[in-house]
Design a protein around this ligand. Structure first.
Ligand SMILES: CCCCC/C=C\C/C=C\CCCCCCCC(=O)SCCNC(=O)CCNC(=O)[C@H](O)C(C)(C)COP(=O)(O)OP(=O)(O)OC[C@H]1O[C@@H](n2cnc3c(N)ncnc32)[C@H](O)[C@@H]1OP(=O)(O)O
Ligand SMILES: NC(=O)C1=CN([C@@H]2O[C@H](COP(=O)(O)OP(=O)(O)OC[C@H]3O[C@@H](n4cnc5c(N)ncnc54)[C@H](OP(=O)(O)O)[C@@H]3O)[C@@H](O)[C@H]2O)C=CC1
Length: 501
């Protein structure tokens, strides 16, 4: 059997979602570890006033591609952008491009999706399901297609506790749903969405489940592989530790905690955050393409907060609102209490301060957005799932020892504290674009925040006590009792130390 790199040699690969987080790492790894790959065709749309060409050119300048660029400055010649808006009929690929792709593509990696948890159902259906159907139709026209790898999510079936490596019956026949939603206006669709998604938490997991079913329907005509990553985080090793470029999933949580904004979160302390580094997912995906018919998921970091918090104390983010510290609880009421005390109260005070300085208040608005985002993640952070991963283990066993190193997806080799440290540093460097040389100043800022807190707490205690003392005889009595007790202790210790001397 050919090695993974040998398998991709001379092959033309089609990738959707190549401008996304996972897609970029996939493109980079293919170019780096499979240098003989013939061409990477990537479906890209113009966006935010930027042409497709401009976007691809910017993408290739990204630090992520440094090692590939150094190795081969002409690497961009292997990347062939194809203009495509996936939500349009026929993916809006020109007839000439369809001909080109039909004639040459050997492997398809379908990464594109909307991963927003609050996506309106119609749009999520359009992109995650209908576009997948369209891509499958295109794939059937490809004369030399060997594998179609679909990236799903381990949470597509999150309404189940134990998830096997099978495609479960869809919550609804996708074709029927598509037909029914076609004539409904957006308001009606919004009203019936909770009834439709049923026991799933959002339109994302719902449409990803439908997409799996749509992919499965083509299994007689195509070699299909489905990869179901769990929570994809910063890179472990490749192209360098800590690469991350977005706020999704845990990254936003980590940043908010590092900035001292997020101080409480509802999560099950015993549950595990099924975090998997993006480079491992990409390695697994490439191995899946090589093997061509596979599935599955990944592994555990406990929700306990200490690695994240201690890492941000060692490598603080700039201009933190408060010192990083977080209370993780599964109890709704306790969480609400901390939200009031640790989020809303400081936000109120800070906004008051801004108003007094003649500035626009902003902290309450930031906290409202944070609460919305955290609320959407709560479903995943408060529960535990059990995934079967026999196919993944089988795939690992099929790799040669060299490939097991070059395309490593064995999470048992991961040192979690070290990974989380690099992840937190990655959010600082690559998401927030903060300079590591500013760390001493950021530490100094944390010390200042600590002093402000001590002063504030002391003033608060003295103030409350003074109010108490002034109003209550009993408080005064307790106060005198405690003070006289302290004096007695002091004189006892002084007397005993004089005796021993
Ligand atoms: C302290 C110790 C903690 C220990 C616990 C550790 C980990 C647990 C954490 C989480 C676990 C659960 C993760 C479950 C993932 C499930 C796995 C999947 O299948 S993957 C798909 C995951 N998808 C997402 O994560 C997407 C979620 N995001 C959204 O749905 C939306 O972004 C939104 C949260 C609803 C917000 O929408 P809104 O319209 O209000 O904003 P925008 O998205 O347009 O963003 C505007 C602006 O804000 C930035 N942004 C986005 N999210 C965050 C955030 N969480 N924190 C800070 N900033 C954020 C975004 O980049 C935009 O910036 P800009 O305008 O500059 O572009
Ligand atoms: N991130 C995670 O934690 C997890 C992700 N996954 C799955 O992995 C895959 C990749 O996720 P990730 O990289 O994180 O997602 P991103 O949001 O980073 O990337 C999404 C990609 O899809 C493209 N896309 C979206 N809409 C369109 C459109 N209308 N036309 C053309 N392209 C479009 C985006 O292009 P553009 O740049 O133009 O917007 C982008 O390249 C998804 O299928 C997701 O479900 C699974 C589990 C966890």
């Amino acid at each position: 059997m050919a090695s993974v790199a040998e398998y991709y040699a001379g092959k033309s690969v089609l990738i959707t979602g190549a401008t996304g987080f996972m897609g970029k790492v996939l493109v980079e790894k293919l170019l780096w570890s499979c240098p003989e790959v013939k061409a990477l065709y990537i479906l890209v749309r113009p966006k935010a006033g930027q042409s497709m060409k401009q976007r691809v050119s910017d993408m290739m300048k990204c630090k992520l591609f440094d090692r590939v660029r150094e190795d081969n400055p002409d690497f961009h010649k292997k990347i062939i952008p194809i203009s495509s808006e996936l939500t349009q009929p026929g993916l809006s690929i020109s007839p000439e491009d369809v001909e080109k792709l039909s004639a040459c593509i050997n492997i398809v990696f379908h990464c594109a999706a909307t991963i927003r948890f609050d996506e309106p159902l119609k749009h999520a259906l359009q992109l995650n399901v209908i576009a997948t159907q369209e891509l499958l139709s295109l794939a059937q026209r490809m004369h030399h297609l060997e594998a179609f790898i679909h990236i799903s999510t381990a949470y597509a079936n999150c309404n189940r506790k134990h998830i096997d490596e099978v495609i479960y019956p869809p919550p609804v026949e996708p074709k029927k749903l598509i037909e029914s939603l076609e004539w409904m206006d957006d308001g009606i669709v919004q009203d019936i969405t909770p009834r439709l998604i049923g026991d799933r938490p959002n339109t994302y997991t719902y449409t990803k489940a439908l997409a799996e079913y749509v992919v499965q329907q083509e299994q007689d005509k195509l070699n299909i592989g489905i990869v179901r990553p769990s929570i994809v985080g910063a890179s472990w090793q490749e192209p360098f530790p800590g690469w991350i470029d977005n706020f999704n999933g845990p990254s936003g949580v980590f940043i908010a905690a590092g900035k001292g904004i997020l101080r409480t979160m509802r999560a099950n302390n015993d549950a595990v955050a099924d975090l998997i580094p993006v480079d491992m997912v990409v390695n697994l995906t490439l191995a899946a393409g090589w093997y061509t018919d596979l599935e599955e998921n990944i592994l555990p970091l406990s929700f306990r907060k200490h690695h994240v918090i201690s890492s941000f104390k060692r490598n603080p983010l700039e201009q933190a609102f408060r010192r990083p510290n977080a209370n993780i609880t599964s109890n709704y009421l306790i969480n609400q209490y901390w939200i009031l005390v640790s989020h809303k109260f400081p936000a109120f005070i800070y906004d008051l301060f801004l108003r007094l300085c003649g500035q626009k208040p902003q902290m309450m608005r930031i906290f409202n957005r944070l609460h919305k985002a955290i609320g959407l993640l709560e479903y995943f952070s408060s529960q535990d799932w059990e995934w079967n991963s026999e196919n993944m283990n089988m795939l690992m066993s099929q790799l040669t020892p060299e490939d097991r190193t070059a395309f490593n997806f064995d999470v048992r080799q991961l040192n979690w504290p070290e990974y989380i440290e690099n992840y937190c540093i990655g959010t600082k460097k690559y998401v927030l674009n903060e300079d590591m040389s500013d760390i001493p100043a950021a530490r100094q800022h944390l010390r200042k925040l600590r002093n402000i807190r001590y002063t504030f707490n002391t003033v608060l205690v003295v103030f409350i006590w003074r109010v108490f003392i002034a109003r209550s005889q009993m408080a005064r009595n307790i106060w005198y009792f405690v003070v006289s007790l302290c004096f007695k202790f002091l004189s006892y210790f002084r007397a005993s130390s004089t005796l021993t001397n």
